[in-house]
Ligand binder design. Structure first.
Ligand code: UD2
Length: 273
């Protein structure tokens, strides 16, 4: 497991978006990684300070999501509608929806300062490649308009919906999400998550995928495995607790106070070709 920071360091630990963190508010969970990055749990930050700081910086926050094949009809509308209710409310937001059927994207009423861009992507034949291709597409998008207009960019799976405020406390140079099913694991059986991240430099993440392909290899958890390697080499500046991406199938847990994003039950049999 990750180490614990000495309390002196913890007291001074702060970032622009959370002000001074209050790790002592959650003594029952780990609030700091061994490399000194805060782990953001409900109660350890002040959402109003995070809001104010983001407004002061006049930020545009990008939220990218892929909805390819049957994932579009099944999940996209609820994902976007719930994002309108809970994701970075009060900030400027630009959604980037990547799909092979732009005309089928549902029309969701957007609040002021919030925009949607729909981008065409080729539908890969295998679901594994749909998931993997996200990194290549995002890399290209970051080199274009998305990279120019957004200060921070998140990439999320579409088969989930927001259930509570997901605000600027989640912002940092690079952000990783603890995996709901695996955060209690020991290093030997850990599978950290790639479902959500602040994207800064995907070059390496992409090239490790490319190298595997050239050698005829496929990682067990596809893009997630490559992203884990990336974060192992480049430690994230901030880590989000599983409250920021929770799976209700796990059932209630005392440390999960207020889930902000809930994943849908997996229905691979009807979704994947
Ligand atoms: C896990 C990861 C996911 C990815 C995948 C790779 C979590 C929470 N998520 O999700 O990020 O690394 O494993 O195996 O651990 N998609 C489509 N159409 C498709 C297939 C995928 O739009 O035909 C998109 C969609 O946004 C979906 C995402 O890719 O949410 C990931 O695919 P998944 O949800 O089927 O994979 P899953 O649940 O195993």
């Amino acid at each position: 497991p990750m180490g614990v920071c000495p309390s002196a360091t913890m007291l001074q630990m702060k970032d622009n978006f959370t002000g001074v963190l209050r790790p002592w508010a959650r003594p029952e969970v780990l609030t700091c990684t061994s490399w000194g990055a805060p782990i953001i749990w409900d109660g350890t930050f002040d959402p109003d300070i995070a809001q104010q700081e983001a407004r002061r910086q006049n930020l545009t926050i990008g939220l990218t999501v892929f909805a390819v094949g049957r994932y579009l009809e099944k999940y996209l509308a609820r994902f976007l509608e719930s994002a309108e209710e809970h994701f970075m409310v009060g900030q400027r937001v630009v959604y980037y929806v990547f799909t092979e059927r732009p005309a089928a994207v549902p029309r969701v009423a957007l609040g002021p300062g919030r925009q949607m861009r729909v981008q065409y992507v080729v539908r890969e034949r295998r679901w594994q490649d749909v998931s993997m291709a996200r990194m290549r597409t995002l890399h290209e998008a970051l080199g274009g308009r998305l990279g120019r207009e957004a200060h921070f960019v998140f990439c999320m799976d579409v088969d989930q919906h927001f259930s509570s405020a997901f605000g600027p406390e989640a912002l940092a140079e690079s952000v990783a999400q603890l995996h709901a099913w695996h955060y209690r694991c020991t290093p030997a059986n850990t599978r950290a998550s790639s479902s959500l991240l602040g994207i800064n430099d995907h070059k390496e993440h992409r090239s490790s995928g490319q190298q595997d392909r050239e050698r005829g290899l496929e990682a067990l958890w596809h893009d997630e495995s490559h992203l884990n390697k990336y974060f192992w080499l480049h430690k994230p500046a901030k880590v989000l607790s599983p409250e920021f991406c929770w799976s209700p199938e796990i059932g209630p847990r005392p440390e999960i106070r207020r889930p902000r994003l809930l994943s849908a039950p997996k229905e691979y049999a009807i979704l994947r070709d």
